[in-house]
Design a protein around this ligand. Structure first.
Ligand code: HEM
Length: 400
């Protein structure tokens, strides 16, 4: 018998939607074989995201902490992962979440980033022609270069940072193996070392970048943040917009090439372009799974939830719920999918949604205006993560 929740099952990684549909039809809130509660319905996912009293964030941090403590008894030191993650905004609750979020929002006062993005895109596109990998040669470096510019780091470091954050991001994935934990730990050590030096440098040499502004505002507000906390805040900020934006650009470009009539429409109208971003986010939501922990006993869509139960919120499934979006498996920019939950909802709503939108818009415009015949050359390859969905490679050609 097919298991209802089987994210690693054959075919489910490249195309999890049939599994989501079966699951949602049987139970939009479902207690899986491992005891974890899997939520696939749009209304149900939104209810959990908005109910901060009953549900808290932090299940990845708590899970990692248990693994690290267990392995410590076996003389494996993986504590760098916890040090890197201890102030990841998306894993924080209550007062510390509120003050840290306010610190970042208030420090990030310059949102004029179009020229930075445009320059980075020009540099990347000047290097490609003929056949290239739209993900590795274009979508992947772009958000890292942009975030390095914004946070004031030298652009020459972006490849190092990209390599490390591509490993650390697995700390937010589900079902992490020991081998992966070791890789995450190495990345955590490397990033802690890098950001320690960088923050020390910025304390002595403040500038107009986001890192300097966060340090200055934390002092002004007398938040008493240690260097370790600042390092963790900066690592997450740097990493949060990376894989997600790469995937939005990659799958968005892919779907537009599969639907050329819609591509033409958006290149001719700015308003339609904004609708297309929402549809790209709804159709292939880059954050596919988010986690929560129950603070108390409750019921969700008729299912009993016990205190300390963990919940997996399938954002990617919610955004394809037919009760919310008729013909959900059709990519249709005309549907105006404004109320999708690809950026989450409530207190943890994505802090960089504006940046992701700007990058997508400029990237897609520049790409297709420069290469009007850009087309898919071979079947794309999907990345191996469950929580963050996107393409690992997409070979395209500029000639037809
Ligand atoms: C397409 C791109 C992006 C998508 C789909 C996305 C999605 C999300 C989602 C779903 C959450 C909430 C997770 C939860 O509730 O558990 C989130 C939080 C967050 N995102 Fe994004 N994100 C994107 C780009 C960015 C960018 C460019 C940044 C810039 C730094 C960013 C920074 C953050 C931060 C700091 C949080 C934590 C907010 C909090 O917990 O208060 N994201 N994002």
């Amino acid at each position: 018998m097919t298991k209802l929740w089987d994210p690693y099952g054959t075919g489910n990684r490249p195309n999890p939607y049939p599994m989501y549909d079966r699951l949602r039809e049987v139970a939009p809130v479902y207690r899986s074989q491992s005891g974890d509660i899997v939520v696939t319905g749009y209304q149900e996912v939104k209810t959990v995201l908005l109910d901060h009293e009953t549900y808290r964030v932090g299940n990845r941090y708590e899970w990692i902490e248990r693994q690290v403590r267990y392995l410590e008894n076996r003389e494996e030191d993986l504590t760098a992962i916890m040090a890197a993650m201890n102030s990841f905004l998306v894993q924080m609750n209550g007062h510390s979440h509120k003050t840290t979020r306010a610190l970042i929002v208030d420090a990030w006062d310059n949102k004029q980033v179009n020229h930075i993005i445009k320059n980075n895109i020009d540099d990347l596109l000047s290097e490609v022609d003929g056949e290239f990998d739209l993900i590795q040669d274009f979508a992947a470096p772009l958000p890292v270069m942009t975030m390095a510019n914004i946070m004031g780091m030298p652009l020459k470091d972006y490849q190092f940072l990209k390599n490390q954050t591509s490993n650390l991001i697995f700390s937010l994935d589900m079902y992490t193996s020991f081998k992966t934990l070791v890789r995450i730990n190495e990345a955590a050590q490397a990033l802690i070392g890098y950001f320690n030096d960088y923050i020390t440098y910025r304390i002595k040499n403040p500038s107009d970048d986001l890192t300097s502004k966060i340090i200055a505002l934390a002092n002004q507000r007398d938040l008493g943040l240690t260097n370790d906390t600042l390092i963790s805040i900066c690592i997450f900020l740097f990493m949060a917009g990376e894989e997600t934006t790469i995937n939005l650009i990659g799958t968005g470009a892919h779907n537009l090439m599969l639907n050329r009539d819609q591509l033409e429409k958006i290149l001719n109208s700015d308003q339609t372009f904004d609708d297309a971003i929402d549809e790209a986010l709804r159709f292939e939501s880059p954050v596919h799974l988010a986690g929560r922990i129950a603070n108390s006993d409750s019921t969700l869509a008729g299912i009993e939830v016990k205190k300390s139960d963990t919940l997996t919120l399938c954002i990617g499934a919610a955004n394809r719920d037919p009760r919310q979006y008729p013909s959900p498996h059709l990519f249709d920019i005309g549907r105006k999918a404004k109320n999708h939950i690809a950026f989450g909802a409530g207190l943890h709503f994505c802090l960089g949604s504006w940046l992701a939108r700007i990058q997508w818009k400029i990237a897609i415009k520049e790409l297709f205006n420069r290469f009007q015949n850009l087309d898919i050359q071979s079947e794309p390859e999907w990345n191996p993560m469950l929580s963050i969905r996107g393409l690992k490679s997409l070979h395209v050609t500029t000639n037809q």
